[in-house]
Design a protein around this ligand. Structure first.
Ligand SMILES: Cc1ncc(COP(=O)(O)O)c(C=O)c1O
Length: 477
């Protein structure tokens, strides 16, 4: 046989075989004429190269990450390990209820725990992000008003400090938005609120407490009364829940609907590019409007109950992003009732420690005891030395610190919002205070370095305006 593969040749035939590809049946025109050009690197060189590249990115595992409003706490690796277990990751979405009793039990018990911690009757786990939770919550509010024959309630009130997703969610849910200003103590302007509830057919007020200024809204009971008396509902943006677990419940403050960011408060990083989970909790009277199905217990079995005819329907396939829910479940069990309270207390203490130490170095936006985060302003530094919040944020990168959130909340000029979280030690916080103090000195002695920063990283100051106007989204662009 002419092109018989080499392993079919008899032993004596092999002596004369010229080891060309032809002898194993590869056509001549496909045979490589020159040796392949492999990079001539040893394995250790390659390993070192990629290990070095992996150090160029900043993460919570590599350093302090006080990105306000994002709650970039350190999340325990064991949570990933448990959620990644095959018993969870291999679950077939169409499995029968009998086959996934374990998973349904986790959803059921997480619902019970969150309901107890935050003061609600039930949570749905379908929303995949905080913003998705907001939208879902507003659809529930809309369905409730419609059911009451009040479809004409078409306005949602939102404070001027709110996260941008709040008005976006309200508009997507079909509402008009009216902005409520903040007074000079950092609270909602009550007189303005009173006028707005009488001027418009208000469906709801959306609020986060503590606000995005990191301040506890002390008038919350009065606010709830004003909105409820006008027939509106209260929506709680629970993205700041890390400040109040085990201390106070939004359900008791008068909020009828609430979303949580499990991917902040409960064991999954925010902004990690991975899946999120924004469960929505409601008071008893709104339970019929929750997305179907709800996990319930029936005759000793966990079941998926889709019986509510008033439900707004599904907002996500199957059970939502359950690996994030599993991490939250383990997080809650690990900490327990007292531990969760301690998490929030520690987050508040850390933020107040930083605020106290930095308030004479930089200017505080509101000179009040803060909750889990606080806002500094670089407006005066900009006026006196031409140094903006952006310059300070970029200089922090040189010191190995992730920048704080800047330019939000928008009502504070040149704002820098800092959230240390409960994860950081006093040594870490003291280091940060020293770095912020050193940068403050540089502002006067060497402002150029702040304009050029970062100068110690492989990537320097980027032209962010150009990046927006001329995005290069693929390597080929
Ligand atoms: C106060 C507040 N509300 C809502 C959201 C929206 O959450 P998500 O990013 O999961 O959509 C955020 C996110 O950072 C937030 O800080």
């Amino acid at each position: 046989m002419k092109n018989r593969p080499i392993f079919y040749k008899k032993k004596e035939e092999l002596k004369n075989v010229k080891l060309s590809a032809l002898s194993v049946g590869i056509p001549e025109n496909l045979i490589r004429k020159k040796p392949l050009r492999f990079p001539t690197l040893a394995e250790n060189e390659v390993a070192r190269h990629y290990t070095y590249l992996s150090t160029l990115n900043h993460g919570v595992d590599s350093g302090f990450y006080p990105l306000g409003s994002c709650t970039m706490k350190y999340n325990f690796k064991i949570l990933e390990k448990i959620a990644g277990n095959e018993s969870f990751s291999n679950i077939y979405p169409f499995s029968s209820e009998e086959d996934i009793q374990g998973l349904l039990e986790i959803l059921y018990r997480t619902d019970k725990s969150l309901s107890e911690i935050f003061g609600y009757a039930h949570f749905t786990f379908q929303p995949a992000a905080g913003s998705h939770g907001e939208h879902t919550g507003l659809l529930i509010i809309r369905a409730f008003h419609k059911d009451n024959g009040e479809s004409d309630r078409d306005v949602v009130l939102i404070p001027d400090t709110a996260h941008g997703t709040n008005p976006a969610s309200a508009v997507l849910a079909g509402y008009k938005v009216r902005k409520i200003p903040t007074n000079d103590q950092g609270n909602l302007d009550l007189e303005f609120l009173k006028k707005e509830v009488s001027n418009y057919k208000v469906a709801a007020l959306m609020l986060t407490n503590p606000s995005t200024l990191g301040l506890f809204e002390t008038q919350i009971l009065e606010i709830a009364e004003i909105v409820h008396d006008a027939g509106g509902l209260l929506y709680y943006d629970g993205a700041n829940a890390n400040a109040l677990m085990g201390i106070i419940r939004p359900g008791d403050m008068g909020f009828d609907v609430c979303h949580l960011n499990l991917h902040k408060t409960f064991g999954t990083p925010h902004g990690g590019g991975g899946p999120g989970s924004g469960p929505v909790g409601v008071k008893d009277f709104l339970v019929p409007f929750l997305p179907n199905p709800l996990v319930k217990m029936d005759d000793g079995m966990y079941v998926l109950d889709s019986s509510s005819k008033k439900s707004i329907g599904k907002v996500h396939g199957f059970y939502g992003n359950i690996n994030v829910v599993i991490k939250a479940f383990v997080f809650i069990i690990m900490y327990g009732r007292d531990g969760l309270k301690h998490v929030s207390q520690q987050a508040i203490i850390n933020a107040n420690y930083l605020q106290e130490k930095l308030k004479d170095v930089y200017k505080l936006a509101y000179n009040r005891r803060c909750m889990h985060e606080f806002v500094l302003s670089a407006a005066k530094l900009k006026k006196d030395f031409g140094i903006s919040a952006l310059d300070i944020a970029k200089r922090l990168i040189d010191y190995g610190i992730h920048p704080p959130t800047i330019y939000f909340p928008q009502i504070v000029s040149e704002s820098m919002m800092m959230e240390p979280t409960e994860s950081e030690s006093k040594e870490e916080l003291d280091d940060f205070i020293q770095i912020m103090t050193d940068i403050r000195a540089e502002i006067e002695t060497n402002p150029e370095i702040l304009h050029d920063a970062p100068i110690t990283r492989v990537v320097g100051r980027l032209d962010e305006a150009k990046a927006v106007k001329e995005p290069k989204l693929t390597a080929l662009d």
